[in-house]
Design a protein around this ligand. Structure first.
Ligand SMILES: [Zn+2]
Length: 137
């Protein structure tokens, strides 16, 4: 698949899935497209399984808003916090997409480490502050 084809497919993928509850979501949408383009050829099937992506305001607690989860058996939703630092976005997004690619349906330190390892394997630096097992309670 050419780079142009990947860009077009990712743009189409995003167009049907991203919802904003904030006007500050554009940097996140751009970072999301960037990360998805890097992993699209290998993981488009898993990404297409995500039913909705909400770019939400800080009204959502960061610990919750960083996590993808399943509601029922088929609906995968990803919520991304708009208050993250722009430089952290690619790593944060790659970590969250890694959970989905890995088929995680719950949290826990082992799954967090797996998601970070996969995201870093894709070449993204996952910020420490988005690795919940390193957060103080
Ligand atoms: Zn995680």
């Amino acid at each position: 698949m050419s780079d142009e084809d990947v860009k077009a497919e990712v743009e189409y993928w995003l167009s049907g899935r991203v919802y904003y509850t904030t006007t500050r979501g554009d940097p996140i949408a751009r970072a999301l497209a960037h990360v998805a383009e890097q992993i699209w050829s290998e993981h488009c099937e898993a990404l297409e399984g995500i039913r909705a992506i909400f770019i939400a305001d800080a009204a959502y607690p960061a610990k919750i808003s960083c996590r993808p989860w399943e509601a029922g058996k088929t609906l995968k939703v990803l919520i991304l916090p708009c208050d993250a630092d722009e430089s952290d976005l690619p790593g944060l997004i790659a970590h969250e997409l890694a959970h989905i690619v890995l088929g995680h349906d719950a949290g826990g330190p082992e799954r967090e480490k797996e998601a970070t390892a996969l995201a870093e394997g894709w070449g993204f630096k996952v910020p420490d502050c988005y690795s919940p097992w390193r957060l103080p309670d």
